[in-house]
Design a protein. Structure first.
Length: 281
């Protein structure tokens, strides 16, 4: 990958601020259907525009209500719920064509000193030892085609035998190009990336061969930001699904920096729909 590329995810924070705390994001036109991480990241960018710079997001809790259209502007309405001595809370509602398609709660914290601990990163091959998604035998059954063609991120999946404990899937991730030294911008880009592969891990135990038979749709998504980290450096995303039933499944994940620091945790519920044979790819 050419690391001299410019910030390929800068468009996520390109918002026009209207009267009050209303923002408009121009159409991205990136796919036939709006990717959930896109609306979540843009909602966070809008919320960040109403919070003082000394407070960093520590949790995002999102609900996907309707499919989004990437060819239509996205209206983002921010509600200032609270500004306390150490915390600020915001709700962001995203609308298209007068309909609510997404809502999220964001909490920001000024930080404090206390005890610290964290899970250990599993022992896996380094990203330089692995190939990209396009060369992985499970790629067609796991990853959507738009992800394989997305130049803004680089993924290096870890073979199943190289991720512990058994049943876990892991991959290295980084943004395809340097990102400016702005912690808020890195958080916004990570929220985008956090939706790339997590929900797909729910169907992993049930896919056979190179053709996927189940379509996963995100219902809700929670991301915890434990400490700032750079999205343009390699991060190991370790994900698994503990349960699937009644047409829904739950996936969880942990994100480690290359030196083994746990910097983010995430959970996502997805709806499983069988893909009609005529549409299977």
């Amino acid at each position: 990958m050419n690391r001299s590329l410019t910030d390929s995810l800068a468009w996520l924070a390109e918002l026009e601020r209207l009267e009050g705390d209303v923002f408009v994001a121009p159409p991205s036109g990136r796919s036939a259907r709006m990717f959930g991480g896109e609306v979540a990241a843009r909602a966070l960018a809008a919320a960040q525009g109403t919070v003082s710079a000394d407070r960093a997001v520590h949790v995002a809790q999102a609900g996907y209500l309707r499919p989004g259209n990437p060819s239509v502007p996205l209206w983002l309405r921010v509600a200032r719920l609270r500004d306390g001595r150490a915390f600020s809370q915001r709700r962001v509602d995203a609308e298209q064509d007068g309909k609510l398609i997404f809502t999220a709660m964001f909490s920001f914290h000024a930080g404090a000193g206390a005890f610290e601990h964290g899970d250990r990163m599993p022992v896996v091959p380094a990203p330089e030892e692995l190939g990209g998604v396009e060369g992985w035998t499970e790629a067609a059954a796991v990853w959507p085609q738009w992800l394989l063609d997305d130049p803004s991120v680089e993924l290096r999946p870890v073979p199943a035998a190289g991720a512990n404990p058994a049943g876990t899937r892991a991959l290295w991730y980084r943004a395809a190009g340097p990102v400016p030294d702005d912690p808020a911008g890195h958080a916004c880009r990570w929220l985008y990336a956090s939706d790339l592969t997590l929900v797909a891990s729910i169907r992993l135990p049930h896919e056979r061969g190179s053709r996927k038979t189940w379509l996963m749709t995100s219902l809700n998504h929670t991301v915890w930001f434990h400490r700032p980290f750079r999205v343009d450096e390699w991060q190991l995303v370790v994900q698994r699904s503990a349960r699937a039933c009644d047409g829904r499944g739950l996936a969880s994940g942990k994100v480690f920096t290359r030196d083994g620091q746990l910097v983010s945790s995430l959970a996502q519920e997805g709806l499983a729909s069988p893909i009609p044979p005529v549409y299977k790819q």
